[in-house]
Design a protein around this ligand. Structure first.
Ligand code: ARG
Length: 569
């Protein structure tokens, strides 16, 4: 059940305003004395040509309050709605209990195909913390759409093509070290790539040799293709190790090379649409009317280019997947690129222009000295994960010196990885992240360890109880009627709505706020109310049920944002 939708619908039935408009306007007031929902009426005054107060009164008069509400008050231009705690608490908690981890799922998406493209790392280069952002954020966005009933396809648009592969092939032929490649493929590929650039400074003719190798690759010459394929395979293998730690998998790994072959179709289409112009030997689409630079489609030497491969990818995805939405989770630096792409689609009068979205994000920054990398050298995601796990291990070891090393390692891996994931999605994505170890690994603040700890604590209460909460009848929930009970039920009731909001805004942080709220409220509940030693037998059962339901929902929420949980901590 989505309470906000239900209330909006009831308001719509008054015919004073539509339920859609009511849905938009409804808000959750910050203070309890202003109700559990409020409808501010000022913005309606103009549309309805009446004073906000009169509008509020008219709605109040005609409205049939949904069952879970007890009261409605008109306070000036506001309508304030109050839940009927005695009905609301058991109703919501019973629903959450029955649905378990499926609570909050909906059929909203109608199984429509949605592509979420994320990670899209570049092969033969190390997987740095910037790609970590796309990888982690994209995974959660895909989870959200799946939860809403869309047919989600997870795409990894690998950067496996481009003139740099000409350089790599040349470099490998001249300076490659097979043993080093086997030991640490990405490091060896990086080494020879860097060497190429150094050598080319003294010998500019190497650039031509590299272009020649790229041409070989494009025309399918066996040796060039062999080296490129080897690099691609080894890179993917390395990436997969990281994806595995993050619990990530993709439905589709088509890289830029795959789409490169389709360039002629893209060019022909644009030609037929009369959009291609010659410019210094290259073919471009002019975008002056969008205030953008021309989008280069084909270079003067006839080779394809990043944007063209993206246009080909959109075409392929439309034909094969028939997406209703094609979501790119890519850093802010590429805003201009996507604006150009979507402008070209619009000029072609394609529906895809509106169905493609660029979901951008900021950068992740570290304090000096956090990593011992030399200046200018990048920090890999693996280093960040390893460091987080190591630091977590030290903390756990200090607190639990008697725990077995295997147990500690296992727990540290989960908590450390979660701490990193959480840092990426905690705040709104447009902002840069200033990574702080204290914040990420704190057991008290807004952190993954805090959330995991809250879950583990709930589970420990359940373990200590003599009764098995799963066997208790839901009717005991009727005994929950305090403000603290209502608070927890309200948070759980808001979950379905927050999933929707987070998906629509491509903003997991919206959901993260709710999860933190649940954890905080649960912890204060635990301090305020005895559970196993509650005043009566009925209340013990009711509170055990509450703890069980909160724990189960907290776990489901954490999984939705990509975090694994531990039962003990
Ligand atoms: N591989 C690119 C990079 O690392 C990101 C690809 C983004 N996706 C796209 N369809 N262009 O910069």
């Amino acid at each position: 059940m989505n309470i906000r939708e239900e209330l909006a619908e009831a308001i719509g039935k008054t015919a004073v305003l539509s339920s859609e408009r009511a849905y938009e306007l409804l808000e959750e007031p910050p203070q309890q004395n202003l109700g559990d929902y409020a409808l501010p009426c000022f913005t309606l005054a103009k549309e309805l040509r009446k004073s906000p107060q009169l509008i509020a009164e008219e709605i109040a008069e005609k409205l049939e309050l949904p069952e879970l509400f007890a009261e409605l008050k008109v306070t000036g231009p506001y309508l304030n709605f109050f839940f009927a705690a005695d009905k609301f608490i058991p109703e919501i908690l019973t629903e959450a209990r029955l649905k378990g981890k499926d609570y909050g799922s909906s059929k909203l998406g109608g199984a429509e195909p949605v592509i979420v493209e994320y990670s899209s790392a570049n092969i033969a280069k190390s997987f740095h913390v910037g790609h970590g952002y796309s990888t982690i954020l994209g995974q959660v966005i895909a989870n959200l759409y799946q939860k809403l009933g869309y047919d989600v396809k997870r795409f990894n648009h690998l950067g496996d093509y481009g003139t740099q592969f000409g350089k790599l092939i040349y470099a490998w032929k001249h300076w490659g070290d097979q043993a080093a490649l086997e030991r640490d493929p990405l490091a060896e590929m990086t080494r020879i790539y860097v060497k190429f650039h150094r050598e080319a400074e003294a010998q500019p003719e190497l650039e031509d040799a590299a272009r020649h190798e790229f041409k070989n690759l494009e025309s399918g010459e066996a040796e060039a293709v062999r080296i490129w394929s080897l690099f691609r395979e080894l890179s993917i293998e390395s990436f997969k190790k990281i994806y595995k730690r993050l619990n990530i998998d993709f439905d589709n790994w088509n890289g830029e090379a795959f789409y490169s072959k389709m360039m002629p179709e893209v060019v022909a289409e644009l030609e037929a649409d009369g959009l291609l112009e010659e410019s210094e030997g290259a073919k471009v689409v002019r975008l002056d009317d969008y205030g953008l630079n021309p989008c280069i489609i084909q270079k003067s030497d006839g080779t394809s280019i990043y944007a063209t491969r993206d246009l080909a990818a959109i075409k392929w995805r439309k034909d094969e997947v028939k997406f209703k939405r094609n979501i790119y989770v890519v850093g802010k630096e590429q805003c201009n690129h996507f604006q150009q792409l979507f402008a070209v689609l619009e000029k072609q009068k394609k529906a895809e222009a509106k169905e493609c979205v660029h979901v951008s994000f900021g950068r992740i920054k570290f304090a000096d000295g956090d990593f011992s990398t030399r200046k200018g050298q990048i920090i890999t995601l693996e280093e960040l994960l390893d460091r987080a796990v190591e630091k977590t291990r030290e903390i756990i070891l200090a607190n639990n010196p008697d725990e077995s090393p295997e147990e500690i390692n296992k727990t540290a891996e989960i908590i450390g990885v979660d701490a990193v994931i959480f840092t990426y999605i905690k705040n709104s994505r447009e902002r840069d992240i200033f990574f702080s170890w204290d914040e990420a690994l704190s057991f008290e603040g807004e952190s993954a360890p805090y959330l995991l700890y809250t879950y583990a604590r709930a589970k420990s209460i359940l373990r200590k109880a003599e009764l098995n909460w799963e066997e208790l009848d839901s009717s005991y929930l009727q005994h929950l009627d305090s403000a603290e009970d209502l608070e927890l039920a309200k948070i759980i009731a808001a979950y379905p709505e927050k999933i929707k909001q987070a998906a629509e805004a491509f903003e997991p942080s919206i959901l993260v706020r709710l999860i933190l709220n649940l954890a905080r409220s649960f912890n204060s509940y635990y301090h305020a109310k005895p559970i196993l030693k509650a005043e009566s037998e009925d209340l013990v059962k009711a509170r055990l049920l509450l703890v069980g339901i909160c724990a189960e929902q907290l776990r489901a929420m954490l999984h939705l944002i990509g975090l694994e949980t531990v039962e003990k901590m």
